[in-house]
Design a protein around this ligand. Structure first.
Ligand SMILES: [Zn+2]
Length: 215
């Protein structure tokens, strides 16, 4: 059975790990055969030249590019929120146009992003990556159709752990993001928190993955 790492900045070549590698804009999709990729502009690194947009347009249609992102809103870091919102909306348009799900970086902007989904009613799936907010926010986002990818914070962050335990299993993923945490270890601990067997847990996550990536 496969371990899916939904969002990572590292390449993992283990045969039983399948990941979505967040492609830096300096790298080319063609250099990563049989590797799922996501492509987007992280809100911290938005710059005011057009190179970022043209690089994305050049690569977005590559068959290995399975998702748009990470992109989103961060109230603690990066340019002005108005600029971040404008760039995020461009990613939303790409996601709809190219029919690829959206991987979202969100810091203290859950209500803004939930409102955007309510207002825009996109067809594509939106996933909060590194979800670390309250059960209340989780429930609002569930109603609006969001998916959630959880990282190692479920192990040491009580609020995040509580949200993970309360999350519906048909809406979740696991991820290592920029940590060196072992994805298999995370699955074991996550399955324990969900009081389910590891095999069943892996199967459910794989079903979620296949569903939203239309595999
Ligand atoms: Zn990331």
């Amino acid at each position: 059975m496969i371990y899916i790492d939904f969002h990572t900045h590292q390449i993992n070549k283990e045969a039983d790990v399948k990941s979505i590698y967040n492609l830096p804009l300096t790298e080319k999709p063609a250099d990563f055969s049989e590797q799922h990729l996501s492509i987007g502009i992280h809100p911290w690194y938005i710059n005011d030249n057009n190179n970022q947009f043209s690089t994305i347009k050049l690569n977005i249609n590559h068959p290995n590019v399975k998702a748009i992102g990470e992109c989103g809103l961060d109230k603690l870091k990066g340019p002005d929120l108005a600029i971040q919102t404008e760039v995020f909306k461009q990613h939303i348009r790409w996601s709809e146009e190219f029919e690829k799900p959206l991987i979202i970086h969100c810091v203290k902007a859950y209500s803004e992003i939930i409102k955007l989904r309510k207002d825009l009613k996109p067809k594509q799936t939106w996933i909060f990556h590194g979800f670390n907010s309250s059960v209340e926010t989780l429930n609002q986002a569930i109603k609006t159709g969001f998916y959630f990818s959880f990282g190692p914070a479920i192990l040491n962050h009580p609020k995040t752990r509580k949200s993970f335990i309360n999350s519906p299993i048909n809406r979740i993923f696991l991820e290592t993001d920029d940590t060196d945490f072992n994805i298999k270890e995370l699955y074991k601990k996550a399955a324990d928190l969900k009081e389910t067997g590891i095999d069943e847990f892996q199967e459910k996550i794989r079903d979620n993955f296949n569903l939203i990536l239309k595999i």
